[in-house]
Design a protein around this ligand. Structure first.
Ligand code: NIG
Ligand code: FE
Length: 427
């Protein structure tokens, strides 16, 4: 909770408000030039010309504020990554090589690879090891401008191993400046010891895992991988309702490979978000639009799985569905911590405008974590979570791709990441 006076920013680009922005409003952002920004106790208290902000800095009650030079860069809100599978152990490069040779993700999964291979390595890891791996991922996220991230369990698939993953996530978050919102994804896959009795595993999730996680206060949300061959709509509904009973609001992996009615289920239950949606139907889009559920798009998955199909971002936006963006950071279908990479994919593959993509990666993502009042935009009263881009205009974020454009990251008014120019010469 710091005081800071950011000077010398060529531009500030931000969505505005505290509600998800849909339709035309998704593409409307505010752009200000040659601005200073003042934070007190971690919150933004003034944005304006250097003279206006100097006046605000003198008028405040607090002590003199340190000035920090943004070097002529551009300020955008800290990125919010609302869908990741953070606390896992092990890697799947052999499977990656098989996919490059032409085998599909679902074929590999059907033979016991995929998610189940990460379940084996995550079960074998200690809580300490998982916390350490998670911390390193948070460091990478931070360097790419992420200031708030959601993290899911889902590679434990037993009472003890799901608890271990979520405890490790909490420990990693405890001493890390990136803010973490935890989600229980016990219904990610049926573990080997239950196969083929998926209903038996669903019963364990509902009667034991959800209550145990809720009792320890380890998760805010409950998620399910609702997909052909994984969990049906009926099984997903059961798990999500068990979550609701224990105070865990629903989010959903929906219609990733096959249209299985996941979007409609998310709408029926008033889920915060329906994610993936590569195969969503027109009826699914209509259901999302009518219910206000946010569509969480994960273009890193299409990219990393070498799919031709990307989610229908434009159709969703035209239908009035608010769209968010996330990395889906996981070892199988999207191995990246970089929201900047996702921004490039959103613009170049999902055909979103840079303005729509910025709203998706900040305000709409924050709203999907119920943080829209405090996060997701650069406005007076909001938490001072700021990314400083090494660019004189926000337009360059998409245009100059493949570089590391993040000069600095500020969380609650404290500079928590600064690129070392001498050690890492760039562009
Ligand atoms: O969101 N779709 C399901 N779960 C992850 C993939 C997890 C894995 O392959 O390990 C996803 O893409
Ligand atoms: Fe996912």
């Amino acid at each position: 909770m710091s005081d800071l006076w950011i000077t010398n920013a060529a531009e500030l680009a931000t969505p505005t408000g505290s509600q998800p922005r849909a339709g035309a409003a998704q593409g409307e952002i505010e752009r200000l030039h040659d601005v200073d920004l003042l934070c007190r106790s971690g919150r933004i208290v003034a944005i304006g010309s250097p003279e206006e902000v100097a006046l605000a800095a003198r008028m405040g009650d607090g002590p003199p504020v340190d000035r920090w030079d943004a070097g002529g860069g551009t300020l955008v809100p800290g990125f919010v990554d609302p869908h990741t599978h953070l606390p896992w152990a092990g890697t799947r490069e052999a499977e990656f090589a098989q996919r490059l040779a032409g085998r599909s993700y679902r074929e590999i999964a059907a033979e016991g690879g995929g998610i189940l291979s990460t379940v084996a390595s995550t079960r074998a890891a200690t809580e300490d090891e998982l916390a350490d791996l998670t911390r390193r991922r948070l460091d990478r996220m931070l360097a790419w401008g992420t200031t708030t991230v959601e993290g899911k369990s889902g590679y434990g698939l037993s009472v003890e191993d799901e608890l271990k993953q979520l405890r490790a996530l909490a420990r990693a978050a405890d001493r890390h400046p990136v803010e973490v919102v935890p989600t229980l994804l016990a219904a990610h896959e049926t573990p080997p010891e239950y196969r083929p009795d998926t209903d038996g595993y669903v019963e364990l999730v509902c009667s034991e895992i959800v209550p145990a996680v809720a009792a320890e206060g380890l998760a805010s949300y409950c998620d399910v991988f609702c997909e052909q061959g994984v969990f049906t709509v009926e099984q997903s509904r059961r798990v999500l309702l068990a979550g609701v009973e224990h105070g865990l609001r629903p989010r959903l992996h929906a219609d990733e490979f096959v249209d299985s009615g996941g979007a409609e289920l998310a709408a029926e239950l008033g889920a915060l978000t329906a994610d993936h949606l590569m195969a969503v139907s027109d009826a699914g889009i209509d259901a999302l639009a009518a219910s206000g559920v946010i569509a969480g798009l994960l273009p890193g998955t299409s990219f990393f799985l070498k799919k031709d199909a990307y989610a229908p971002a434009r159709r969703l936006i035209e239908a009035g569905v608010p769209v968010s963006l996330a990395t889906d950071c996981n070892p199988g279908s999207s191995h990246t911590e970089s929201m900047v990479m996702i921004f490039w994919l959103a613009v170049l593959e999902l055909d979103m405008t840079i303005e729509q993509a910025l709203t998706a990666a900040t305000l709409n993502a924050a709203c999907s974590l119920e943080l829209g009042e405090t996060h997701g935009s650069l406005e007076i009263g909001k938490q001072a979570d700021v990314v400083v881009l090494e660019a004189s205009s926000f337009d360059h974020l998409a245009y100059h791709y493949g570089i590391h454009p993040v000069e600095a990251v500020i969380k609650s008014g404290a500079v928590i990441y600064e690129r070392d120019r001498s050690a890492a010469p760039h562009s």
